[in-house]
Design a protein around this ligand. Structure first.
Ligand SMILES: [Fe+2]
Length: 290
């Protein structure tokens, strides 16, 4: 994190700044993120999805550094990012904030042809062959100590339309959302405010895979929808590692393939292990086979 100027801390940032220096900086470490990043890049995935919280306090310099990191992961055509609650820590002019990440936060031509991006930018769709990514923003500025998120009714309505359209095309739908989508996954002060309404959209319109962050925990849930089960996966942070403490930094790889009339999805987890710190395959699991 860059140094903050005094006037930049006259906001919710002050509390976040104190939190950072009292604890978070010992937990979220640049060298751990670099280990994870190197491993991802070396394994040459077809596509990389980043589910938010790229900055801490929303300092303008942080957004620039995060943009640099995104470019390091890969070109915008191969990397999709969505914002998290920390990325909306304080209200900023878009050009000074997540605006730096726009090439990573917009539809591709194939996605736009299926679902035109609204003026509000979310949801946007990227399509890669049989797979479609539907990117949501649950990032809203909040009061201090609150890390909640919200999808909002315009975005929920558009999401329903997008999911229907992509289902008609027979695509594998991957929903990206920073906050865990179900009410039971996070309390009031840090969960999705409209989780119940979002749940109805998911139930009615379906999705094959939902990827989220925020909880810094590896979780896999199966959620029944009108179009079959949606697998909801939460991933730990990519920078968090303290020796002897779980979870450590991790990312997940997904191999998605058509099988019979359905889909086969395999997940491989790659995580940081201690002394010497290195990345290893900590899990391999078939998430669905129909
Ligand atoms: Fe978060």
């Amino acid at each position: 994190m860059p140094r903050a100027r005094r006037r930049e801390l006259l906001s919710k940032r002050m509390i976040g700044y104190v939190n950072w220096h009292r604890g978070r900086k010992y937990v979220h470490r640049r060298e751990i993120l670099d280990l994870i990043t190197r491993d991802i890049v070396e394994r040459k995935p077809d596509h990389i999805a980043v589910t938010g919280d790229l900055v801490n306090l929303g300092l303008p310099e942080e957004f620039l550094r995060a943009a640099e990191w995104l470019h390091h992961l890969g070109p915008p055509a191969k990397v999709t990012a969505i914002p998290g609650n920390h990325d909306a820590y304080v209200r900023l002019h878009p050009e000074a904030g997540t605006g730096h990440w726009l090439p990573f936060m917009e539809a591709n031509d194939a996605g736009e042809a299926l679902f035109p991006t609204p003026a509000t930018r979310f949801p946007f769709v990227r399509r890669f062959g049989d797979v479609a990514l539907i990117a949501l923003s649950s990032a809203i500025p909040t009061m201090p100590f609150i890390a909640a998120g919200k999808i909002g009714s315009p975005q929920r309505e558009l999401l329903g339309n997008a999911l229907d359209k992509l289902a008609r095309e027979g695509l594998f739908r991957v929903l990206l959302i920073h906050h865990p989508p179900l009410r039971l996954q996070a309390g009031w002060h840090r969960g999705l405010r409209d989780a119940d309404k979002f749940k109805k959209v998911l139930q009615q319109h379906g999705a094959e895979l939902v990827l989220h962050g925020h909880n810094h925990e590896q979780t896999v849930l199966e959620f029944p929808t009108a179009t079959g089960p949606a697998i909801i996966v939460g991933v730990p942070s990519a920078s968090e590692a303290v020796e002897g403490r779980i979870p450590t930094a991790r990312y997940n790889e997904y191999a998605i393939a058509r099988q019979g009339g359905g889909w086969r999805v395999e997940m491989v987890g790659r995580s940081v292990a201690a002394s010497p710190e290195h990345v290893w395959q900590c899990e391999r699991r078939v998430l669905r086979e129909r």
